[in-house]
Design a binder for this molecule. Sequence first.
Ligand SMILES: *Cc1c(COP(=O)(O)O)cnc(C)c1O
Length: 383
Amino acid sequence: MNWRVPLADLDYGEDEQQAVLDVLRSRWLTMGSVTRSFEERFAEMHGARFAFGVVNATTALHLACLALGIGPGDEVIVPSLSFVATSNAVLYTGAQVQFAEVLGAHDLTIDPAEIRRLANARTRAVIVMHYGGYPCHMLEITETARQLGLAVIEDAAHSPGAALQGRSLGTWGEFGCFSFFSNKNLSTGEGGMLVTDRADLAQKAQALRSHGMTSLTWDRHQGHAYSYDVVELGYNYRIDEIHSALGLAQLNKLAANNQRRMELSAQYRNRLQETPLFFPFEERAQEPGICAAGHIFPVLLPEGVERRAFMDHLRAAGVQSSIHYPPIHQFTYYRERYPQVSLPLTESLSRREVTLPLYPTMSTADLDLVVESCLRFFDRPQV
Ligand SMILES: *Cc1c(COP(=O)(O)O)cnc(C)c1O
């Protein structure tokens, strides 16, 4: 389908093209100086001590769980209103998940009170997800986790460059896991970053990213090491130089693009206020100390409006929309595995959710088209 306004779009240009060509001409494709620069600059921008480029955020989440020693017999609290990878990463380790509720229509991030409600003797960690690039309530979350002896992993797939009280999202917990998938705020196609401040966890994660090996390709190439040992069952979860080069080019645009996303989000709220649509995070976005990344623009339909009809109406106007997210616990695989789970709030909010187009290169005309088709659906006068 040829959308007039797609859900998301890349901000790619000359810089990205040049960056890839430079790598090709360098004739070094893996674990070289470009990846190292990307990791260093990403760490610096986020105020993290260690950063490791990985294949994608799913592998970052898996590595975080593994480095924390999570495995069979353990449980990890996760929000159900997230992408399925948040939960899958836990199951890869042989541990079980416990699904948590969100705060409500105004804030679709995990309810910190859920951590205490769900935690039991087997619970080892909580994964929180900064929905739409809006910060979870990290003060409450980290304090509760500390009291209960749980590790905190941040699924920061939506939130590169975002912060709460001056501290970057992804650096509040033991680990932060970022995604550079095509439709994310920083895009490399596939790609991700794992960050941590703890040297012990960094060492574990780094070895697990490369087959559990003790010395790395680059060091051997540089003549720093002759051989290597394998000390545990690791994986090959490394990013490569081409994706890292794209990441470096995109990093230069991140702050301005996040700001543009937030401006467009404010314009949406403003121009759609006459409709019965509800805007999650409208207040949260205004709170002092919040620097959000505006990854997506979610709206909630009023009870009783058929979502399918609304999305079909947008589609007819050439406007792509989406759903973030079908609750993880309601997918067939998870229903069969966790048949008892019931999260009424998550279920009802998810049924009403529609995501409107949002991307930094979105023009005023693009926004006009989306706004006008929403107004027309609710039969509101167009301005
Ligand atoms: C995109 C996304 C992921 C997975 O990221 P990949 O890089 O595609 O593996 C995980 N969690 C959330 C919330 C996401 O949006």
